[in-house]
Structure formats: structure tokens, C-alpha cells
Design a binder for this molecule. Sequence first.
Ligand SMILES: C[S@@+](CC[C@H](N)C(=O)[O-])C[C@H]1O[C@@H](n2cnc3c(N)ncnc32)[C@H](O)[C@@H]1O
Length: 203
Amino acid sequence: METEKNYHDYVIKEGKFIGDFETMYRECKDPWTQSTQPNNYSRLSGILHMRNFGINSLVECGCGLGYYAEWVYRETGIVPKSIDISETAIERANALFPHLDFKVGDITNSIENYKSYDCILLSEIIWYILPDLDQLFKTLKEHFSGKYLMVNQVFYKGTQKYGNDYFTSMEEMIKYFPFDCVAKVEATQKTDTTIETSVLFQI
Ligand SMILES: C[S@@+](CC[C@H](N)C(=O)[O-])C[C@H]1O[C@@H](n2cnc3c(N)ncnc32)[C@H](O)[C@@H]1O
């Protein structure tokens, strides 16, 4: 019987960024168990931020197979513009959720195309774009002033190996981002190895 490949090997291996997302989606059925949408504290908090701040349109950067876009749609009626770097992920997302709006794209060089949207959502993608963050901040300042940036991100309880030189917790991440934090949620259960966060910045 064929065994499922370990998706981690295509993403970050032994503390080094690999970032071969296209091969990963060809080889692995359900990386990050996206179909079961773990981290529901941060995902639901993100949806609450959308409601509380009157967000009516959204670009999800790094949407993967589209399960969170579908959840957002079901809860808010918003059809997120959903972008992923992997063609295979987008093909599969389109097949799963044909009523939503998916597109192949690298958000590190195309974000300015989406300046008509109320909010940019980065859901579980920060570790993969760390070297591009400063340029992303510049582009957001230039084209998205007054709009929102939402970051849903899991942190690890003392076991993080990658990205430590940038930030290791929600509060450190908030300090790193040059925008006004207007809402934040941090949640964990006693037995969890992770801390879920959802932060809303005004640009
Ligand atoms: C952990 S998954 C998150 C999926 C989804 N956002 C969620 O929360 O369930 C990270 C996704 O980011 C995508 N990705 C990584 N770098 C990217 C980039 N520069 N531009 C667009 N997508 C990217 C990967 O292909 C992957 O699907």
C-alpha cells in the first residue's frame, strides 16, 4: 500500500525552508490536514474580526485547498479572492468549491493587484514568506492605507525551530509588524502543543 508522503519534507526540513509547495500538493492528499480545519479558535476569531470590523471583501493569500475560504463564505457570505502559489492546490480547490474564486499567484509579487479589497488575510502562511515581509509591508503601506491585514498564525509552545530570529509569539509578531493592531485573540488548551492566534491590523 502506498503511504502518504510527509508534507513537512517539502516545506521546512531540519530547520531549513524548502518551499516546494507544488510537488507537495502533487504528492500529498491533505497537507496540514486542511480538510478538517484544525486551529478553530483562530479561524473562528478571524471570522469574528470580519464581522466586528465590517469587512465585506477579502483576499486570502496562500489559500491552499480552499477549506478556510469556504468556511468564511458559509459564515459571512463573503466570497474571498483566494490565491495560492501552487497550480495543483488551485485546481483541487476549484474542484472542491466551484462556487468560490481561486487563482494561482505568488503573493510576494502580486499583492498590489488586489487593492480594491477591504482586507488581506494571511492564514498560516507567515513562516513561508519571512524574507519577503519587509517588501510586503512597503507595498501594503503604499496601496492599502486604512484597510485591514489579518494574520491567523499558530505558534509553538517552546518548540519553534524556524523563524525564531523574526518572532516566536503573537506579541513579538505584533511588535514586528509596522501597523496598528486593532484586535487580537490568543487561545490554547492545556494539552495543546500550540497557541492559536488571530490578529487584525489596520494598515
Ligand atoms: C499552511 S497552508 C494554509 C492554507 C489555508 N490558508 C488555511 O489556513 O487552511 C499555506 C499555503 O500557503 C501557500 N503559499 C506559500 N507561499 C506562498 C506565496 N508566496 N504565495 C501564495 N501562496 C503561498 C502554500 O502553497 C500553502 O497552500
